[in-house]
Design a protein around this ligand. Structure first.
Ligand code: MN3
Length: 246
């Protein structure tokens, strides 16, 4: 794994490796106990939150008038925070299940892990994507890759906007790098975790859950998608892409 990749995972709070434990139980834990969560759980060990809500990289009103301040506050502070909380809880519940050996709710917690984990990842990418950009377009290696994968920037834009507008129910438009095929793809995600390919790395995403636009745009999702496409921070997207192709 490259250093950049590790940095990315660290930024996302998902590169930590071992679970973190709080309290004096840590120092009391003997090496031979490390693989025995049942003992740890029965001693009342508390698992710290592994994932935290990243701060917005700009002010809440920075994207006005395209995205209004109230929507940004709710979206980041409530919705994204909810996915972080849900992900931490799923991981804790799975630890408890490993400890007790009771897997009667395994389907539920695995689903929660996929849903909230994917929600946390996509929102973290979304905030970094956005910035009033004065009509900037992708440059450098990202621009070249868009040309190879989609024919041209305009063709990419048309497909991305069509896919994003047409998400069925709640979901996302996603530009991703697929390292397995060394190519860029546009995916249409339902919820956060459905309709993708394994291994794909989201580079640029637009959230089309109603919570992302309804206060200002009501049912006009298409208008929201077109306006947000014009405030994409292509410099950041290009930098993310270059991290993964080296
Ligand atoms: Mn959202």
């Amino acid at each position: 794994m490259s250093t950049d990749r590790r940095d990315f995972l660290k930024q996302m709070g998902i590169g930590g490796g071992a679970l973190l434990f709080a309290g004096s139980a840590v120092s009391a834990m003997q090496p031979q106990d490390a693989g025995k969560p049942a003992g740890a759980a029965s001693q009342g060990m508390v698992m710290k939150d592994k994932h935290t809500l990243p701060p917005l990289p700009f002010e809440y009103n920075a994207l006005e008038p395209v995205i209004d301040e109230q929507t940004m506050r709710l979206h980041h502070d409530k919705h994204h925070a909810g996915y972080v909380k849900g992900l931490n809880n799923a991981e804790k519940q799975l630890m408890v299940a490993r400890g007790s050996g009771d897997y009667s709710l395994i389907k539920h917690w695995e689903r929660e892990l996929a849903f909230h984990g994917s929600g946390h990842i996509l929102h973290s990418v979304f905030w970094k994507n956005l910035m009033p950009n004065d009509g900037a377009k992708p440059e450098g290696k990202l621009a070249e890759a868009i040309g190879v994968s989609f024919g041209s920037f305009d063709q990419f834009r048309a497909q991305f906007i069509a896919a994003t507008k047409a998400v069925e129910g709640s979901g996302w438009g996603i530009l991703a790098y697929q390292p397995m095929f060394n190519a860029l793809y546009i995916y249409q995600a339902e919820k956060h975790q459905n309709l993708t390919q394994w291994g794909a790395i989201p580079l640029m995403v637009i959230d089309v859950w109603e919570h992302a636009y309804y206060l200002k745009y009501q049912n006009r999702r298409a208008e929201f998608v077109e306006k947000v496409f014009d405030i994409i921070n292509w410099k950041n997207v290009g930098a993310e892409y270059e991290k993964f192709i080296s």
